[in-house]
Design a protein around this ligand. Structure first.
Ligand code: PEP
Length: 254
């Protein structure tokens, strides 16, 4: 089964309206029509509309960086799945390690968001990853298993096939340290096996598993060539057209 490579840019809390529009336009031009790679831009909520306008009618998709799992109501400062789709999103990043660490998001919280995303027709990109201490203590697989089982709690087989997992070792995010292709592939293969156990081998084969953590044009090709690495979730290198376009160009074509 061939899974289409998915390259997503997580702009985090960066950009202003003008720079967001020009970055999005630059990516649209670089991607062109009929790209074998699926490309998603995840700007800050304030610029979702700007980026949706800049990518309208193109193959470049838009995603949110978070959502709140409730219908409209008294939730000051939050936004829900309906608002994300209304402003043109198809994807939403959930459980990023920065949100887990800085905002105290738990697996149970990620699971609620996952169900809200899917009920709202968004494709969730569920982030998991171990810290350096956990890796050094040889707890990587146990940590990943706990995060995946907890974050996907209550998900049925039919819906599971449509999600995306992003394996992002915390020690590699924004640090310039990338997992080697062997380290990344080993965890991706472990995740695929876990998904086969939780759902079915057929469903596990359909789920795309992205790698994230200091992906750059210079290391993308070797990571994306691994059999269980189906794309990249890119932070820092998604903020410059040439870097992000270089990562997209490094993806194997089909
Ligand atoms: C991320 O935050 O999802 C990420 C992978 O960041 P960076 O590429 O900067 O390591």
């Amino acid at each position: 089964m061939s899974r289409r490579i998915l390259i997503a840019g997580n702009w985090k809390m960066n950009m202003r309206a003008a720079s967001a529009a020009s970055l999005a336009k630059g990516i649209v031009d670089a991607v062109g029509k009929n790209s074998p790679v699926e490309v998603v831009l995840c700007p800050p909520a304030a610029y979702l509309h700007t980026v949706s306008e800049a990518t309208a009618g193109t193959s470049v998709e838009v995603g949110g960086q978070n959502l709140y799992p409730a219908d409209d109501g008294a939730f000051t400062g939050e936004l829900n799945a309906a608002m994300l789709t209304d402003v043109g999103c198809r994807y939403v990043i959930l459980g990023h390690s920065e949100r887990r660490q800085l905002m105290g998001e738990t697996d149970a919280c990620v699971s609620k968001k996952l169900h809200a995303a899917m009920a709202g027709n968004l494709v969730p990109i569920v982030c998991v990853g171990e810290t350096l201490e956990q890796r050094e203590a040889e707890e990587t697989e146990a940590v990943i298993e706990k995060q995946i089982r907890g974050s996907l709690e209550g998900l049925d087989e039919v819906r599971a096939a449509g999600i995306v997992i992003a394996y992002e070792p915390v020690w590699a995010i924004g640090t310039g340290k990338t997992a080697s292709k062997e380290q990344a592939e080993a965890v991706h293969a472990f995740i695929r096996g876990l998904l086969a156990d939780m759902f079915s081998p057929g469903v596990a084969e359909q789920i795309r598993i992205q790698y994230g953590g200091s992906v750059k044009p210079g290391n993308a090709a070797e990571l994306l060539a691994e059999p269980n690495i189906d794309g990249a979730l890119v932070g820092g290198a998604s903020l410059k057209v040439e870097d992000f376009a270089g990562i997209i160009a490094a993806a194997p074509s089909a």
